[in-house]
Design a binder for this molecule. Structure first.
Ligand code: IMP
Length: 206
């Protein structure tokens, strides 16, 4: 089994990655480095942020034969030209879900999407995969589960194996985590990575 270090402070993400990547022969472990402050580049593209984080984490890989992964996500609102996007964590902390609801007050066009980019370093090559979840910003916050912007995000219905999957208009915070996972941008990014790794294709190389 190959060791895959996942640099993240979020143990929930590590659990999801274990579930997705261990069947492929990766022993997924969380990488945290005391005192390391990852600097995010000022840009509006998650892929650039993820690649930058990967390069910053690279020197701390415990063994050069191990694999390394980072993942970056955000909420992109159509009407606001993608805001908060790469600034989602900061906006959640400062304005919160209420700030987003105020921004869209009286607005009918409420389309938005969660995006996640997973970047993976393996044998000196970088693989990148993106996952998207379309939906709308609800008119008010609802639900106790989930995290971040889940209480104000209602995903669009999706078709899985010819069957419609829906939250029936409920937010991500209203529904069971297993249902949310079926729509999850993060899960889609990991699935894309699995496809890339299985076919040994590189999205791009370092
Ligand atoms: P991170 O890159 O996973 O840290 O995500 C940055 C920010 O995007 C988080 O702080 C949340 O505000 C938001 N976000 C990303 N994914 C989700 C999600 O699945 N649900 C709710 N908010 C999310």
């Amino acid at each position: 089994m190959r060791t895959l270090w996942f640099m993240t402070g979020n143990v929930g993400k590590v659990r999801e990655a274990k579930h997705a990547l261990e069947p492929l022969g990766y022993n997924v472990r969380q990488l945290t480095v005391d005192g390391l402050e990852i600097v995010e580049p000022q840009c509006d593209d998650l892929e650039i942020v993820a690649r930058s984080k990967l390069e910053q984490a690279r020197p701390y890989l415990p063994n050069p034969n191990d694999a390394l992964m980072v993942e970056d996500a955000g909420l992109f609102i159509d009407k606001s030209n993608g805001f908060p996007g790469v600034y989602s964590a900061y906006v959640l902390e400062t304005l919160g879900c209420d700030g987003i609801l105020n921004l869209l007050e009286g607005e009918n066009e409420r389309g938005a999407q969660f995006e996640a980019v997973a970047a993976f370093l393996l044998d000196g090559k970088i693989h990148v995969s993106r996952g998207v979840c379309r939906g709308v910003i609800a008119s008010s916050a609802s639900g106790e589960d989930g995290f971040g912007f889940d209480p104000i995000f209602v995903p669009d219905n999706i078709e899985i194996d010819g069957k419609t999957t829906t939250t029936n208009g409920l937010t991500f915070a209203d529904v069971d985590m297993r249902l949310k996972e079926q729509f999850s941008h993060r899960r889609k990014a990991l699935d894309g990575l699995i496809k890339l790794l299985s076919s040994s294709e590189t999205a791009s190389s370092s």
